[in-house]
Design a protein around this ligand. Structure first.
Ligand code: FES
Ligand code: FES
Length: 166
């Protein structure tokens, strides 16, 4: 787990971070704490802090993980992507931002859950570029939205999928 002189190395949004244990990072710190509180990546939301809501979802080597449930040390040698690491033109972000179809509504009302949903969607599409509606619902079932935007979230993801095949 440790490299060399008590440091760990994590690639975060494309940049390599060397973190000295005891100075930059404590062994007990979660990945979400490191990302949000120490590195200022506030797109990582910490809501329940116990693995129940999906707000803190990030990609770890391309797969969605709940960053509040993983020690930062466990990301040593791995690649983390947060919502800040996606481009402004990312199709998932655009689909969430533009979703306003009558009958479905907006995919982000207060927006607090949105980064987690976006990252969970990225992971889902990494594994299955063409999920159907049931697969979308299942893939995002670990993410909670207090505002109840679920139909619009699913619709936004469907639009991303459909854009990919048009
Ligand atoms: S804050 Fe991590 S799952 Fe809720
Ligand atoms: S948009 Fe408000 S919690 Fe989901």
């Amino acid at each position: 787990m440790k490299n060399g002189q008590g440091t760990i190395k994590i690639t975060i949004n494309g940049a390599l971070h060397e973190l000295m244990i005891g100075r930059d990072i404590e062994p007990s710190e979660t990945l979400s704490y490191l990302l949000r509180e120490k590195l200022g990546l506030t797109g990582v939301k910490i809501a329940c802090d116990q693995g129940a809501c999906g707000a803190c979802t990030v990609l770890l080597d391309g797969k969605a993980v709940l960053s509040c449930m993983i020690l930062a040390m466990a990301a040593d040698g791995r690649e983390v992507v947060t919502v800040e690491g996606l481009g402004d033109n990312d199709p998932v972000i655009q689909a969430f931002a533009e979703q306003s179809e009558p009958g479905y509504g907006t995919a982000m009302q207060c927006g607090f859950c949105t980064p987690g949903f976006v990252m969970a969607t990225k992971s889902l599409l990494n594994e299955n570029p063409s999920p159907d509606l049931d697969e979308i619902k299942l893939g995002l079932s670990g993410n909670l939205c207090r505002c109840g935007c679920y139909p619009a979230v699913a619709r936004a993801v469907e639009r991303v999928v459909n854009q990919g095949v048009e």
